[in-house]
Design a protein around this ligand. Structure first.
Ligand code: COA
Length: 169
């Protein structure tokens, strides 16, 4: 994942040079020491390979909110894994840990990720203008969120609930 230029672009990860394995191991090796985040590897059952990560982070206890990030390496994109992992991680948060709000940001040049978040029930809230500077170009980021009442109405399938729903995002 960290060696793939496209994944780094889509996540807005500014890296200098080759990924430093020792530094990455130190980073992942210390994540469990932090109370405000849960770094999970996504393992594809068919192969047993780690294909990416799903990370609820930035837990804000006072406001019962958190952020969420997800990224898969090349070869794992476009096969439905991201949608499934996002549904699982959002369900885990809402149904086991009880936040009110989960938010995330997605860059304007990443319509695939935006589609995944919309499918699971994230709603666009606004635009962070020129949030990213990537190879000389400034890129907007959409701010999206999902709230507990919406989740418990559609449980990750807002398009099934559709127009009959009282849920307004
Ligand atoms: C974003 C990511 C997690 C999505 O997971 P995924 O497994 O690739 O996505 P899925 O296959 O589950 O679903 C992709 C959806 O986007 C749609 N899609 C694909 N390309 C699209 C495009 N250019 N425009 C609009 N929709 C698009 C697909 O049709 C599908 O929707 P559908 O089920 O309604 O047909 C994954 O692609 C990834 O890790 N990308 C690199 C890192 C990244 O972008 N992370 C997110 C940062 S915010």
């Amino acid at each position: 994942m960290f060696q793939d230029a496209e994944t780094m672009r889509l996540t807005g990860h500014h890296a200098e040079g080759e990924p430093d394995e020792a530094r990455l191991r130190a980073w992942y090796g210390t994540r469990a020491d932090h109370d405000g985040r849960l770094d999970l590897a996504v393992v594809e059952k068919a192969t047993g390979d780690v294909v990416g990560e799903a990370v609820p982070n930035e837990w804000d206890a006072g406001n019962e909110g958190c952020n969420c990030r997800i990224a898969f390496g090349p070869g794992a994109h476009g096969r439905g894994l991201g949608t499934k992992a996002t549904r699982l991680i959002v369900r885990y948060r809402f149904e086991r840990l009880g936040p009110h709000r989960i938010s995330l940001e997605v860059y304007a040049f990443n319509p695939r990720a935006r589609r995944v978040y919309e499918k699971v029930g994230f709603v666009p809230e606004g635009v962070l203008r020129d949030a990213l500077l990537w190879e000389g170009e400034r890129v907007d980021a959409a701010l999206m969120s999902i709230l507990a009442p919406g989740w418990f109405e559609h449980r990750g399938w807002p398009e099934r609930v559709g127009r009959a729903s009282s849920y307004k995002g």
